[in-house]
Design a protein around this ligand. Structure first.
Ligand code: ADP
Ligand code: MG
Length: 137
């Protein structure tokens, strides 16, 4: 069963991220699945802005994780695209981030292989012409 939703443009993607922030008031693990340029970081930017973040949202491509403290909780934005081996997650102390009180948003979770627990929400994004389709799982 699939229930893909059309997200027309960047503005709509930011709004989608914002709505997720409201639906996800506590901690948890959200994984973002989709190709380069799918809009994963854009969605995260919408979520962070909804929670009060006003600055840039840089993709943590080289640092792997960018921490935020917003609306009274820790939020960790991961981009694992450049992760060499899943074992590196041990060295970076992944378990300290995956606390029940923290919200973790992970781009390229496939790179983590068995090092991430089951996600509370998986977000699949795919290109549909110039727009995008999103599936929540
Ligand atoms: P990713 O993090 O998945 O690599 P980005 O969030 O960096 O992708 O987005 C890549 C590009 O796609 C950006 O230029 C962004 O404006 C654009 N974009 C994001 N969402 C949409 C959408 N729903 N429709 C069209 N373009 C989008
Ligand atoms: Mg990205």
């Amino acid at each position: 069963m699939s229930n893909w939703q059309r997200v027309d443009d960047e503005t709509a993607m930011l709004a989608f991220g914002a709505s997720l922030a409201r639906q996800f008031p506590s901690g948890g693990l959200i994984t973002l699945h989709g190709d380069l340029g799918a809009g994963k970081t854009t969605l995260v930017r919408g979520l962070l802005r909804e929670l009060g973040h006003t600055g840039n949202v840089k993709s943590p491509t080289y640092t792997l994780v960018e921490p935020y403290y917003l609306a009274g909780r820790d939020i960790y934005h991961f981009d694992l695209y450049r992760l060499g081996e899943p074992e590196e997650l041990e060295y970076m102390g992944i378990r300290d981030y995956l606390r029940p009180d923290a919200l973790c948003l992970v781009e390229w979770p496939e790179k983590a292989a068995g090092y991430l627990p089951k996600a509370d929400l998986r977000i699949h994004i795919r290109h549909c012409g110039a727009a995008r389709d999103i599936l929540l799982e």
